[in-house]
Design a protein around this ligand. Structure first.
Ligand code: ADP
Ligand code: MG
Ligand code: MG
Length: 252
């Protein structure tokens, strides 16, 4: 699905990511963890095609094709979805209009016909019920004045409506209370399937209790310094990102 090879990324000519290698197969869930400022969002934004992030070296293949040669719209049409760490508010465009035009835009780029309006509404409402979201949110400006939890749920609603092949969720768990976290995790689990892949960017192990990853990678200073299975997240939770120099010095 995704193959990142020796990727280097700069912002304003300052190197942020260096020598990133990552292989994500269909059906897999990969967690990217790491301290603040380590480059997690930079990796997510680069994959989504944000123009401020300059690729200085390396290659990214998505379904065998050169991802970096595609613009943001082409990437979305090819089935890549990014849930932002800080979801954008779009005043004046209702949530329902936003979802509908995003979906129709994607369908158009794929050469598919527009969705029937009633089918679309039924589908969205059913997914909102699944996420225990208030239907009133459909008719408000996209994310406008939404609470932190509502914004994060709305990102997952977009995910469920757009049904991408590769989803990148950037700290979708941060700032959620435990019930909201469980709803978000349930929504994401409903999205999981053998032909889709997921990259979860997170600070904490908490989400990963409900959404068990196949692989965990630790990003530090723009490099992947460790990779492992789901157990690595638990270890990080106990020890922090910098393991103690002397293992006997571990706290009880
Ligand atoms: P993380 O998501 O792991 O907290 P980021 O990818 O947001 O880390 O940031 C990595 C580094 O890149 C930080 O030092 C941050 O200040 C810098 N950075 C990110 N975005 C920009 C930007 N638009 N302009 C300048 N520096 C940036
Ligand atoms: Mg951060
Ligand atoms: Mg970030």
């Amino acid at each position: 699905m995704l193959s990142i090879r020796n990727l280097g990324v700069r912002i304003d000519n300052k190197p942020i990511l260096q020598g990133i290698n990552l292989e994500v197969a269909a059906g897999e869930v990969h967690a990217i963890m790491g301290p603040n400022g380590s480059g997690k969002s930079t990796l997510a934004q680069t994959l989504a095609g944000h123009p401020d992030y300059q690729v200085s070296q390396g290659q990214v293949l998505y379904q065998g094709k050169d991802l970096l040669s595609l613009n943001v719209e082409q990437r979305a049409a090819a089935g890549i979805f990014l849930a932002f760490q800080y979801p954008v508010e779009i005043p004046g465009v209702s949530n329902i209009q936003f979802l509908k035009s995003a979906l129709n835009c994607q369908r158009k780029l794929r050469g598919e016909s527009e969705l029937d309006a009633l089918d679309f509404l039924t589908d969205v409402k059913q997914k909102m019920q699944q996420m225990q979201m208030d239907e009133a949110l459909l008719y408000r400006g996209t994310n406008e004045g939404f609470s932190g939890g509502e914004k994060k749920s709305n990102e997952i609603l977009q995910l469920l409506v757009l049904q991408p092949q590769l989803a990148i969720l950037d700290e979708t768990d941060s700032g959620l209370d435990i019930d909201a976290l469980k709803r978000v995790a349930a929504g994401v689990n409903a999205f999981r399937s053998p032909d889709r892949a997921l990259i979860l960017v997170t600070h904490y192990q908490r989400l990963l209790q409900y959404l068990v990853p196949d692989r965990v990678h630790v990003l530090q200073n723009g490099r992947i310094i460790r990779s492992g299975g789901a157990e690595l997240a638990l270890e990080l939770e106990r020890q922090g990102y910098a393991p103690p120099a002397d293992p006997r010095a571990e706290q009880p």
